[in-house]
Design a protein around this ligand. Structure first.
Ligand SMILES: NC(=O)c1ccc[n+]([C@@H]2O[C@H](COP(=O)([O-])OP(=O)(O)OC[C@H]3O[C@@H](n4cnc5c(N)ncnc54)[C@H](OP(=O)(O)O)[C@@H]3O)[C@@H](O)[C@H]2O)c1
Length: 285
């Protein structure tokens, strides 16, 4: 097994690199500008040289608001890039892992007996943002072209990079009081748990769609309170609605994913979001 990581300097790319190294799995990591997934000739040359058996595509344009005003760039990186990788994977019999997002769903949730239930892998997608559209297009081309693919959707990801946890800690150090949205619900997910799940999957041939998020759910407000509680920070936090905190791209109100496909394989080892957060904050110290 030899793994080639794209977007290896991103949050997930860094954690995958760490765990692949720890598990002594042969791997190489690439990121822009050397490995730009929108440049097919360039990436084909590198893949020919490296001869990986698995490509994990962590390369993406993840700035949800930025995507709204840069549709062409979002489509190029999140859809055309994966298409090129899928074509190369098909031609060279390489397994392709495409990391995707909760934003492919409509974010309104699905009601079962009057109560919202988490999205499962087979639920219909209906993205409401340019980011979501571009990631959905990326999933589609990978599934259509690459014979051996894993599409792994995650959400509310934090790791070694810019993320909500670090933003909250930073804001708390500069402000006496914060306002945080309380009507958007999801599952904060550590890159540690997600990387481990991806590495487990690539040791199997159970190709297909997967959800990979930490267990449990909360609002951004609940998430912020837990970050401050665990960090011993006393600060006033006021819950606000999405309408009071308007962003260029609409945010999903309900973005909870169930790791059903992993559960069905007895491969769901994601911890609760609170457990993973404790570890993350310990490591930040
Ligand atoms: N972050 C989240 O909350 C979240 C939630 C759900 C799903 N996801 C998905 O999870 C995956 C990993 O996310 P992440 O948080 O690790 O993202 P990230 O930290 O933004 O990392 C993405 C990496 O891709 C690189 N990149 C940008 N354009 C590229 C190109 N044309 N070719 C190759 N690489 C390129 C980025 O470089 P620059 O930084 O220099 O641009 C960055 O190093 C993505 O597929 C994302 O859509 C993320």
């Amino acid at each position: 097994m030899k793994v080639l990581l794209t977007g290896s300097n991103g949050q997930l790319g860094r954690e995958l690199t760490r765990q692949l190294k720890e598990k002594k799995i042969i791997h190489v990591g690439y990121d822009i500008p050397e490995f730009d997934i929108t440049d097919k000739e360039k990436i084909a040359a590198i893949i020919n040289k490296e001869q990986p058996t698995i490509i994990i595509n962590c390369g993406a344009l993840t700035n949800v608001d930025g995507c709204e005003t840069q549709r062409d760039l979002a489509m190029a990186i999140n859809a055309v890039g994966p298409e090129y990788l899928a074509e190369i994977a098909k031609a060279q019999d390489i397994v392709l892992v495409q990391v995707s997002t909760d934003y492919v769903f409509d974010g309104a949730g699905i009601k079962a007996e009057g109560v919202l239930r988490p999205y499962v892998e087979t639920d219909p997608i209906d993205p409401k943002t340019v980011y979501g559209e571009s990631k959905a297009a990326g999933e589609k081309v990978v599934a259509e072209i690459a014979p051996k693919y894993f599409i792994v959707r995650t959400a509310w990801l934090y790791g070694d990079g810019n993320n909500f946890v670090k933003t909250m800690l930073d804001l708390a150090s500069k402000n006496p009081k914060l306002t945080v949205v309380d009507d958007q619900v999801g599952s904060p997910t550590s890159t540690v748990d997600l990387a481990a799940a991806i590495i487990d999957l690539i040791h199997t041939d159970h190709y297909g769609y997967y959800h990979g998020t930490c267990e449990g759910q909360c609002s951004w407000y609940d998430f912020a309170l837990e970050i401050f509680r665990l960090s011993g920070i006393e600060i006033e936090v006021e819950p606000v609605t999405s309408e009071q905190f308007v962003r260029p791209a609409p945010r999903p109100k309900y973005s909870v994913l169930e790791n059903k496909a992993l559960n069905d394989l007895n491969m769901n080892h994601f911890r609760t979001w609170q457990e993973s957060l404790v570890e993350y904050l310990e490591n930040l110290k």
